[in-house]
Design a protein. Structure first.
Length: 201
């Protein structure tokens, strides 16, 4: 069992070239910091495999917040399942996880930003509910709120974030509260703890 993450920028053709270059460099830097294999294709899309699939939601949220803090939007589809053919290049690999991830990305509505799919309809109903709630929260984030969420996701506490952003700790706290960080963190931890059991249903 593995997770495949596939993403593309929202309305990428409307993004000015200089801003697209900034986004591309930021995404390349994020990919470089991952232990898993990720690749950029078509200039505005990312695909990667996440061996510890329990961490796939966290990785998706990192990529979403990183993109929002740069004042752009991204759609992400996570497929959890098997891999039948593991090529040297991620985009040339194949399997259930790849098909779930790619197919669902193509079927996402314009307002959706994240979707998670498995082979189980029962599990997908639960994950659809979670995705819907997450979409309702993260589509309202400002770039400043997304930035605070991003650093929280990678493990920084509020004091460390305040030093990085050169703002007060209370300002960090306000941004996290406004962005519903506690709900995001609870959902992410629930996913980490329960997705393995859900995938066996």
């Amino acid at each position: 069992m593995i997770a495949v993450l596939t993403s593309d920028l929202v309305k990428s053709k409307e993004i000015p070239f200089n801003k697209r270059r900034v986004l591309l460099n930021a995404h390349k830097k994020w990919i470089k910091g991952q232990g898993d294999k990720f690749e950029i294709f078509r200039g505005d899309s990312i695909q990667g495999t996440i061996k510890t699939y329990q961490n796939s939601l966290s990785k998706a949220l990192e990529l979403i917040t990183l993109t929002i803090l740069l004042k752009a939007e991204i759609r992400i589809s996570i497929g959890i399942g098997s891999i039948e053919f593991n090529a040297n290049k991620v985009v040339e690999s194949d399997g259930i996880a790849f098909r779930l991830s790619g197919d669902r990305l193509n079927k996402m509505h314009h307002e959706q930003r994240i979707i998670i799919s498995t082979e189980s309809k029962f599990t997908n109903d639960i994950l659809h509910t979670i995705s819907t709630l997450l979409n309702g929260i993260l589509t309202k984030w400002s770039s400043e709120q997304a930035e605070a969420i991003y650093y929280s996701l990678i493990g920084d506490n509020q004091e460390a974030i305040s030093h990085k952003l050169k703002i007060s700790q209370s300002a960090v706290n306000q941004r996290l509260k406004a962005a519903n960080w506690n709900d995001i963190n609870y959902t992410n931890q629930w996913f980490i703890n329960n997705i393995e059991a859900l995938c066996q249903l």
